[in-house]
Design a protein around this ligand. Structure first.
Ligand SMILES: C[S@@+](CC[C@H](N)C(=O)[O-])C[C@H]1O[C@@H](n2cnc3c(N)ncnc32)[C@H](O)[C@@H]1O
Length: 240
């Protein structure tokens, strides 16, 4: 855990870290659900990791991607803003005897990592927590730390709160899915509506935003595909 002392300098970042520190247990069970396991497998298929690959997982949480990647690649850096998430990943790696995983506590938009050092940068369900400007910074940082020819794989919720048919279908589908959980689902829906109304909701971006953003940030071979529910997957390459 030598890298956990990376300075948590800004107050907003400390607040985000504290929020996620408090969510380790609930996130551990959420990402053990079948949909997240399918997202993990789709991301790993797209990454096509080789035994020599150096991998970065941005916003690793409890290690959904990082732990699986560590079984396939040469080395994995699991990066998150939450120290408690990182403790969880490190102890899971230790329990599995994965000695090629290290943790870094940092912001996705400001990576304390050398340029050109990664063969693959991955991220799952983390970047929609960043506003669009920070997402662009995170993409620029991903490009910087990738070696020429390195691959980017991002799975995330990809839609916006718009009236476009594509977004409307995703939002209605999601609302129906939440309501199927009964009264607790209804409470969650109301809570989400309040958070949206007060501007405290997350910042998902639609698939066309990701396509444009990755292209603008200098990636090539940019492809964005829908997965199930609200999820989509971006794959791209840092040009040689
Ligand atoms: C919804 S969880 C997803 C975790 C994991 N990637 C997965 O798919 O299970 C989001 C994670 O992103 C992290 N996160 C949020 N904002 C971040 C930021 N600005 N920089 C780095 N990590 C961040 C949170 O601490 C949390 O662990």
């Amino acid at each position: 855990m030598e890298t956990l002392d990376v300075a948590m300098t800004s107050a907003p970042r400390r607040a985000v870290a504290a929020e996620w520190d408090a969510r380790v247990e609930s996130w551990r069970s959420t990402c053990a659900g079948p949909a997240f396991l399918r997202f993990r497998d789709r991301a790993l298929d797209a990454a096509a990791l080789r035994a020599t690959d150096r991998v970065l997982d941005v916003g690793c949480g409890t290690g959904l991607l990082a732990l699986a990647a560590a079984g396939l690649a040469d080395s994995v850096v699991a990066l998150d803003v939450s120290p408690r998430m990182l403790l969880e990943v490190q102890s899971a790696a230790d329990a599995r005897g994965l000695r090629n995983l290290s943790v870094v506590c940092a912001d996705a938009a400001q990576l304390p990592l050398a340029s050109d050092g990664m063969d693959c940068v991955m991220s799952s369900y983390a970047l929609h927590h960043l506003d669009h400007r920070a997402k662009l910074a995170a993409l620029a940082e991903a490009r910087r730390v990738l070696r020429p020819g390195g691959r980017l794989v991002v799975v995330d919720m990809m839609f916006s709160l718009s009236m476009r048919a594509q977004d409307r279908a995703i939002i209605l589908g999601k609302a129906r899915q939440i309501l199927r959980k009964g009264p607790s689902g209804a409470v969650r829906l109301v809570r989400n509506a309040v958070r949206i109304g007060s501007g405290r909701w997350e910042h998902p971006a639609p698939r066309d935003w990701w396509l444009d953003a990755a292209t603008m940030m200098g990636f090539t071979d940019v492809v964005v595909v829908p997965l199930e529910q609200e999820a989509g997957m971006l794959t791209a390459v840092r040009p040689e």
